[in-house]
Design a protein around this ligand. Structure first.
Ligand code: 5AD
Ligand code: SF4
Length: 462
């Protein structure tokens, strides 16, 4: 790259999933590498990059509003160039391409999910007065992991192992904007993990739309459980992954929740619905019974495992009986957390053409009932940790009180604890402390920092 952005500032607005957040870290890494300074707000930024999501309609609408509102925003004092450069990337960029600049003429750059690396070049041309820069590719030239990264936290890293998705769940737009599934080689992934361990990273989260099918495009081997073993071998303290498709979760992976030192006892296993009829219409390719069998096996391998899920309410044709099947499944599993979504019609997906006459209020009422249950169950699951000592990876001070540290337990629960005299929560960020849990709330645990020898290690894994 010949030019630099050395006296320029940028900010990134990220919507959607962890993959997008990670892509944003790569973009920040590139722009910082070219001399630009990352800032928090659009007011201070000479360049604003939107990393977008189109999984549900709400995010689409929000993006349009946010880009439109930049139109008349004054430049910062001493701005490097005479106007603000605005770029839209990620899933909406991929889906809409040029159409975006027709709707938002003050937009400078549109890029897609397969060409993050082109952003600096496109920005440069836009700054140079070459007009709208639109580049959307059908598939990836290189893995975005070839790009530098500016991680949000020095002690935690996201590590993409696959990109794209081959599943075509009937409601989902992702396969159309992220392309077919591609796995990185095991050597590449392990080399990146090793580099993170050497740099002092304590937690790695492997990313993919469906991590369980890792390796299938590499002629079936290595598989995801081989990859888990290899990453564990790097000496990383904590290992997590997301997301898992139930149809591809193997016994080998389940077993590792009981055996692998670094694999944390928490799994996000989206069920989407508890009704076999709806699961079939969603093209999920598992049954309610199969899912419950997986849960039983997971609990056998790792009795204290924390489970979380995604559920869609109001899929076209969902009846009260279908919804009750979902409700009962949530009661039965007892998740620590469930992300609940109202079905959102996505043009171009198979489900978009299914007729549905269920009134909006009926769907909303089901949704509210489910949210209540999810909260009860979250509270209930946390009660079992009361009195236990858990090892917490500190993230910093809690939002409300700088004297209280916030971090994550092995089960990925948020934990708050008062810092000891003479210590600061910010200084502890990235280190482990043991916390005795005094109070268990719906969305967090609160406790007291205790000495290492009070037995935290014992409650770590399974
Ligand atoms: N409407 C509502 N929710 C959706 N999701 C994916 N597509 C849709 C849609 N069209 C949810 C699924 C997925 C999560 C990331 O978003 O539950 O697991
Ligand atoms: Fe979408 Fe299904 Fe792929 Fe997940 S597995 S990204 S829900 S198509």
């Amino acid at each position: 790259m010949h030019h630099t952005f050395s006296d320029m500032t940028f900010c990134i607005r990220t919507f959607g999933c962890q993959m997008n957040k990670h892509d944003s870290e790569r973009i920040a890494g590139m722009l910082e590498g070219l001399g630009a300074l990352q800032v928090e707000t659009s007011e201070e930024a000479d360049m604003v990059v939107f990393m977008t999501c189109c999984v549900r309609e709400a995010a689409d609408v929000r993006l349009m509003g946010q880009v439109a509102s930049l139109k008349n925003l004054p430049l910062r004092e001493g701005a490097a160039i005479g106007r603000r450069i605005i770029a839209v990337g990620g899933c909406i960029g991929q889906r809409d391409g040029e159409k975006l600049t027709r709707e938002l003429p003050h937009l400078d750059v549109v890029f897609g999910t397969h060409n993050l690396g082109s952003l600096p070049k496109l920005m440069e041309r836009a700054i140079g007065g070459e007009g709208h820069q639109i580049e959307v590719l059908d598939s990836a030239e290189t893995f975005p992991t070839d790009l530098p990264t500016a991680r949000e936290h020095s002690w935690a890293a996201w590590l993409p192992i696959t990109i794209g998705c081959n599943n075509f769940c009937s409601y989902c737009i992702v396969p159309y904007v992220r392309g077919r599934e591609k796995s990185r080689s095991l050597e590449d992934v392990v080399a990146e993990a090793k580099a993170y361990v050497d740099a002092g990273v304590k937690e790695i989260t492997l990313l993919g739309q469906n991590v369980n099918s890792y390796g299938r495009d590499l002629y079936g081997a290595p598989r995801f459980d081989d990859l888990l073993d290899a990453i564990d071998g790097t000496g990383i303290a904590r290992l997590r992954f997301a997301t898992s498709h139930p149809k591809d979760l193997t016994d080998g992976v389940i077993e590792r929740f009981g055996t692998l030192r670094s694999l944390m006892p928490a799994l996000h296993l989206p069920v989407q619905s508890g009704s076999d009829r709806i699961l079939e219409a969603m093209n999920r390719r598992y049954t309610r019974d199969h899912y419950l069998e997986l849960i039983a096996k997971l609990r056998k391998a790792c009795p204290d495992i924390a489970l979380s899920s995604d559920i869609i309410v109001g899929f076209p044709g969902e009846t009260e009986k279908d919804f009750e099947d979902t409700y009962r499944l949530v009661e039965e599993v007892g998740y620590n957390q469930v992300f609940t979504f109202i079905y959102s019609k996505r043009e171009g997906t198979p489900a978009a053409s299914i007729e549905d006459s269920t009134p909006r209020e009926v769907i909303q009422e089901r949704f509210d009932r489910l949210v209540d249950l999810v909260q009860d169950k979250a509270w209930q699951s946390n009660q079992s940790d009361k009195g236990k000592t858990v090892e917490v990876l500190v993230e910093g001070a809690s939002k409300r009180d700088s004297g209280i540290l916030a971090g994550k337990s092995p089960k990925n629960q948020t934990v708050h604890a008062k810092v000891s005299a003479g210590q600061s929560a910010e200084d502890l960020a990235g280190s482990f402390v043991n916390v005795r849990v005094d109070e268990a709330k719906t969305w967090y645990l609160a406790g007291t920092v205790v000495d290492a020898d009070e037995g935290a290690r014992g409650s770590d894994g399974c």
